[in-house]
Ligand binder design. Sequence first.
Ligand code: IPM
Ligand code: MN
Length: 355
Amino acid sequence: MKLKIAVLPGDGIGPEISRVGVEVMKAVAKRFDHQFEFEYGLAGAAAIRATGNPFPEETLSLCKNSDAVLFSAVGDPEYDNNPDAKVRPEQGLLAMRKQLGLFANIRPIQTFPALVDKSPLRAEIVRDADFVCVRELTGGMYFGEKFESDDKAYDTNLYTRPEIERILRVAFELASRRRRHVTVVDKANVLASSRLWRKIAKEMESEWQDVTTDYMFVDNAAMKMLQDPCFFDVIVTENTFGDILTDEASVISGSMGLLPSSSVGESTPVFEPIHGSWPQAAGMDIANPLAQILSVAMLLEHFGLEEEGRTVRDAVDASIRERVVTPDLGEGGKSEFGTRAVGKWISDLICSDAV
Ligand code: IPM
Ligand code: MN
């Protein structure tokens, strides 16, 4: 298969894990005889410094003219500590999502048998947890009308019927291919926007007779996720709740560095880790590249390359089993392996035909 990939390394640890992601894709291309072509674009603080814009026109057209985007992370303390900054790196990520119409963010949460002891939760709670959070990505407070002055500020949590219907459809379809259980997470006891979500979900439920649908307030869902994560199969929720719940969910897997995601919608799909740019670790060769590598697996599977995706996942599993892991997953937070070494070990394994 021929695929043109737009690579957006971004900021902080982004470039380091991006290199590993590309290396893994090259290993897959070599082993399975595919032609993957890579073109690089600027995003985030790196793009602001070069062009003044966190998601420049050239990057948008690069993305639009590619089959997929391999994204890493954006964010920089220079902007985090300056509430008056007029442009922020994160705006680049949001612009990309909006301009590519990526309304559905798929965030799978899984546990690795060799890592159940890494979670601060008891092993018997997290073992076998396997669910997907379907996060709405182009609406809600992130994009609703905003106002900001010294004495007053607001964000508007606006959702329209078509926006809610299309994301719920993604969740129902996904659930019908999994364990057929959807949990709609909202705050319908307080928020008007949530009541519309719930009303529409109740209308749509009957179209998906074989799927069990239940409804949970977000505060309760946040608790249930830690008490009984195996309860969930597919969670569907609005942008802000999905952002918060998926960081929380990473605790189940044992590290933020393990969770990949795909964002799909109208234009080119984007594959990215759910973690941020961790600027304190930039250039230190300690960032866990597995979330990026698993994003590559999701990319391959998106194009129907199931065996290739499986191979990448098997190589990741092997690295964890053999303890070829970055310090976040090492004994006592230590490890002799860095980002590059873990990436190389996994790429070599893929090339070697041993997985
Ligand atoms: C994420 C991130 C982003 C978000 C930030 C960087 C804008 O936290 O992808 O979860 O809030 O969506
Ligand atoms: Mn987040």
